[in-house]
Design a binder for this molecule. Structure first.
Ligand SMILES: O=C(CO)COP(=O)(O)O
Length: 241
């Protein structure tokens, strides 16, 4: 059975002070969380050192939201894998739809980032998913198949998490029906020859929906945006029944 990975993606939210405010109640609420659930906070770069200092020895894993493929160089605004691992970062989100949509991320740059992350010992969380238009046109599977095919060339499937994030469900409150998310995730696993890697669902995950989502047999975790910003709400998600 693939590992269960519950990750928060804070996007561009929370200053260092707000990060510290989040931690105290969150850490209290996860004291009894079963050990076999991996808990990850993917935070802005400026919050990484705060987490790394505050979480020393904690079970909470630190994640970043981007990584460059080169070790260093003239790449203004980018960050290297070594800069992340030096801070104790274990996970990194790659290919989020917001980066594909606003920052020119392509399947090719996604592929380079995935390989560089793995080479440095990071576990990438690769995001894939279709637009509303693609879904309505019946192109969900063709689109995701292309993202997987081009994104995963030379990528080690045994150190990877995939997040299925239908774009129409992100930040809209329009959560993908859990049975449908389960179906697409099962299909993704089939595309990877049944490789037993964690495949998450992401898109308007809320505390009140988590038990039903996690009851689905193919879904190995969630990637949570807005609802991961609230310590009590995100702890409820981590503590799903
Ligand atoms: O994009 C997401 C996580 O990466 C999902 O965001 P929301 O949970 O805010 O819809």
């Amino acid at each position: 059975m693939a590992k269960t990975v519950i990750a928060g993606n804070w996007k561009m939210y929370k200053t260092q002070a707000e990060t510290l405010e989040f931690l105290k109640p969150f850490v209290e609420q996860i004291a009894e969380t079963p050990d076999d659930r991996e808990i990850v906070l993917c935070v802005p770069f400026t919050d990484l050192s705060v987490l790394s200092n505050a979480l020393h020895g904690s079970r909470i894993r630190i994640g970043a939201q981007n990584v460059h493929w080169e070790a260093n160089g003239a790449y203004t605004g980018e960050i290297s894998a070594e800069m992340l691992t030096e801070l104790g970062v274990r996970y990194v989100v790659v290919g989020h739809s917001e980066r594909r949509q606003y920052f020119g991320e392509t399947d090719e740059t996604v592929n380079r980032r995935l390989k560089a992350a793995q080479a440095a010992g990071l576990t990438p969380i690769l995001c894939v998913g279709e637009t509303k238009q693609q879904r309505d046109a019946g192109e969900t599977q063709t689109h995701i198949a292309q993202q997987l095919k081009a994104g995963l060339v030379g990528v080690n499937l045994s150190n990877l998490v995939i997040a299925y994030e239908p774009i129409w469900a992100i930040g809209t409150g329009d959560t993908c029906e859990s049975k449908e998310a389960n179906r697409v995730i099962g299909w993704i696993r089939d595309q990877l020859n049944g490789e037993d890697l964690p495949i998450q669902y992401g898109g308007s995950v809320k505390p009140e929906l988590i038990d039903e989502i996690m009851a689905q047999p193919e879904i190995n975790g969630v990637l949570v945006g807005g609802a991961s910003l609230d310590p009590i709400g995100f702890a409820r998600i981590v503590n799903y029944q």
